[in-house]
Design a protein around this ligand. Sequence first.
Ligand SMILES: *Cc1c(COP(=O)(O)O)cnc(C)c1O
Length: 390
Amino acid sequence: MQNAWSSYLAERAAIQRHSGRWRRRRTRCAGDGRRDFAGNDYLGLARDPRLAEAQAQGARRFGAGGRASHLVSGHLAVHEALEQQLAALTGRPAALLFSTGYMANLGTLQALCDPDTRVFQDRLNHASLIDGARLAGARSRRFHHGDLGDLERLLARAPGDGRTLVVSDGVFSMDGDVADIAGLAATSARHGAWLMVDDAHGLGVLGEAGDGCVGRVHGIERVPVLVGTLGKALGSAGAFVAGSKSLIEHLIQFARPYVYTTAQPPGVAAATLKALALLEAEPDRRTRLATLIARFRREARTLGLPLAASSTPIQPLVLGDSQRVMHWAAWLAERGITVGAIREPTVPRGQARLRITLSAAHTDADLDALLDALADCRAREALASGEASP
Ligand SMILES: *Cc1c(COP(=O)(O)O)cnc(C)c1O
């Protein structure tokens, strides 16, 4: 038995290495002075001392741990208050807190779907949405990214009775483009399907009030199932599902990743409440972010960099080849700049990219350093190809 397992691990590792997919972690220290253009802390709230203070106060008041599941004795007043505020922010009657976005998606899809449910997903949806449908035993059909015509075609071919669910990211995490929510909603409605949107990267950033790309503009009739995460722009951790009271009650009854897990640590919920207060009190964070995005795009275009069609803080540079992405990321790292180096299977083959993300916490000097370093990457590459030719 020992041998079967060790050869299994060795084989899987070898395949992963040889296909260039080996992933590794880098340990970072607080205050190491590196410029981070890889995170999802779009509003600069994750390191705001007021969130840390709120978290400490929450822990002192309610305890460091959640102690039990929400249905046993873990559901505290701070969780209840947070759910009410998240419902208000997104203009929904109710919301349900989950410990992570991954679990929110698994739990929601598992509770809503079974092998009879027809699920249609955008091809670029987050892994947790794909895995959630699989957990439910539902078969997902994928439609071409952002292609309402393709969705329409698939829906038209599906039998007209029964439960159908259309699922999409709000802002696509590796591309930064925003889904056409009104179009998805209209197409879904024509075929009697429900629409579920995961707005992990839109919440806090998009919308008049930072309520995301769905938020208050697209109400519950258009988007009955809305997921948001709290570990990105809101700078803390966790996630929620917002919708009708009957949807939320259904999830409380049937979402196994909700029922069988310990409640979120109350300090985390307290930090998120603080983040929501700051979202409202400091709208200039979103203005600052918009200014940085516009400047990055203007100057990157001047440099001739391969910009994507994104107006959000996710600004990928699609370099194509995995090796090229690794070289650029290493050159940027030498200059103290961290970006995401994204390869397959996270993105399709031939679409490897630097995933650059902007944050309201970046200074003008940070952005100068990034743009300088990117110009330098181009220069180094030109030099290398010049040297290679005779
Ligand atoms: C990050 C992300 C998640 C997972 O959220 P976590 O809270 O980090 O587990 C889910 N969906 C999308 C689109 C994401 O980008």
